[in-house]
Write a protein that binds this ligand. Structure first.
Ligand code: ADP
Length: 156
């Protein structure tokens, strides 16, 4: 959609091939897609915001309509600040759906101008999550198939 801006918020702790797949789909729908990497003081992130942003930027280096930014505070406020009309989220399962529905409905109460669009995970990637990647790192396994770039992780 011409002139439309979307955000794709998340922790990306770290970014996975599953994230990349849905983000590329979202980037085909809007003119500009902003991947918003959240700084959430209530959530314990395993990787620093600098690392998460660096890996996000590296992943989408060759995609000029995808920008990667960090943000703090409410996702709807970030969307408004970026002049976005849409928030994109990925769905892997019905569990994701129940959780995401609540958030989307709350966001809609706060800001009616911003619509949430859900994109289904590809079957091939539906079982991939940041927490699985962190678990593999912890146990010394190889994460190459799970992350989109060489993220050079030395610590979980
Ligand atoms: P959050 O902590 O905000 O849930 P995540 O980084 O875990 O952030 O996920 C960001 C978004 O990406 C969420 O909408 C999540 O459902 C989606 N997502 C995560 N993994 C996958 C995957 N393998 N396929 C599709 N979407 C995914």
């Amino acid at each position: 959609m011409k002139n439309k801006i979307g955000i794709f918020p998340g922790s990306f702790d770290p970014i996975t091939v599953g994230h990349k797949h849905v983000i590329l789909k979202a980037a085909e729908i809007v003119e500009t897609l902003i991947v918003g990497i959240g700084i959430n003081s209530n959530k314990k992130h395993h990787f620093t915001i600098e690392e998460r942003v660096k890996w996000g930027k590296k992943t989408f280096l060759n995609h000029p309509n995808i920008l990667v930014k960090k943000y703090e505070g409410l996702t709807v406020d970030f969307a408004r600040k970026e002049n976005a009309q849409f928030i994109f989220r990925g769905l892997r399962s019905s569990l994701d759906f129940e959780y995401e529905k609540q958030i989307a409905e709350s966001n809609n109460i706060i800001n009616k101008q911003i619509e949430t669009i859900f994109l289904l995970a590809n079957n091939k990637y539906a079982m991939i999550s940041s927490s699985i990647v962190r678990e593999i790192i912890k146990t010394g396994g190889n994460i190459d198939e799970f992350v989109p770039i060489d993220i050079n992780i030395s610590k979980p």
